[in-house]
Design a protein around this ligand. Structure first.
Ligand code: ADP
Length: 226
């Protein structure tokens, strides 16, 4: 579970100090699917970066699956990030020179998984997102929706505790957006915590909980009726 207690994030430049997050307290359970919404500049990316251990809190406590990480340095954050987190981005971020299967396999190369086991898990992940038949294609030969499903496979193949998705449906048409939402929903059902930033009200409504941010604060939360 993710627990933020009075977390603030301040960005300082020579001239200005920006309070990007202002004493945010939040708990996100294991296997929960949460959407984060709010207008541009409200702190969504900052929150995602903190949850993704890409940046450290300025003050407050952050317990990442039971581990207080607010005092951690770069090395420990990097190791934890590699072992526990999968990322999905709006623009897919696949490597054009690699095949679909190789793109997914990349996520395992840093994790000391033996080659035979890697191949098995890549095949399994591609099967899960319905793209086994595209394994040898290049990303550019796929539609946007298919590319995003590859990105989801790459996030899932390392069996993360947490998937962070930054507007994963932002570049997709309705049908493909729905397909990606279905994959994230089923990952959460399987026990993966999913936190998704989105501008889509309908996709936010598919999450179990919506957290609304404004000016670096949580201003509202909506839970999906059971
Ligand atoms: P959102 O993702 O909701 O658009 P952000 O988290 O990107 O919002 O930004 C929140 C606030 O923090 C904004 O005022 C933004 O300008 C500021 N900010 C974000 N990142 C930085 C940074 N690296 N340096 C300085 N200010 C930043």
């Amino acid at each position: 579970m993710l627990q933020l207690q009075d977390v603030s994030k301040v960005y300082r430049t020579d001239e200005v100090e920006t309070l990007a997050l202002n004493e945010v307290s939040l708990e996100i359970g294991a296997g929960e699917f949460v959407a984060v919404t709010g207008p541009s500049g409200c702190g969504k990316s900052t929150l995602l970066n903190l949850l993704g251990l890409l940046d450290a809190v300025s003050s407050g406590s952050f317990r990442f699956f039971g581990e207080e990480v607010s005092g951690y340095g770069e090395r420990r954050l990097t190791a934890l990030r590699r072992d526990r987190i999968g990322f999905v981005f709006q623009s897919f971020n696949l490597i054009d020179d690699l095949t679909v299967a190789e793109n997914v396999e990349v996520a395992l190369l840093y994790r000391k998984v033996a080659p035979a086991e890697r191949r098995r898990r890549v095949a399994e992940a591609l099967e899960e997102v319905g793209l086994a038949h595209r394994a040898r294609h290049r990303p550019k030969q796929l539609s946007g929706g298919q590319q995003q499903r590859v990105a989801v496979a790459r996030a899932l193949v390392s069996r993360p505790s947490l998937i962070l998705a930054d507007e994963p449906t932002g570049n997709l048409d309705t049908a493909n957006g729905e397909a990606v939402m279905a994959l994230l929903t089923s990952a959460a059902k399987a026990g993966v915590t999913v936190v998704m930033v989105t501008h889509s009200m309908s996709h936010a409504a598919e999450a179990e909980r919506t957290i609304r941010l404004l000016d670096g604060r949580v201003v509202g939360q909506t839970r999906l009726a059971a």
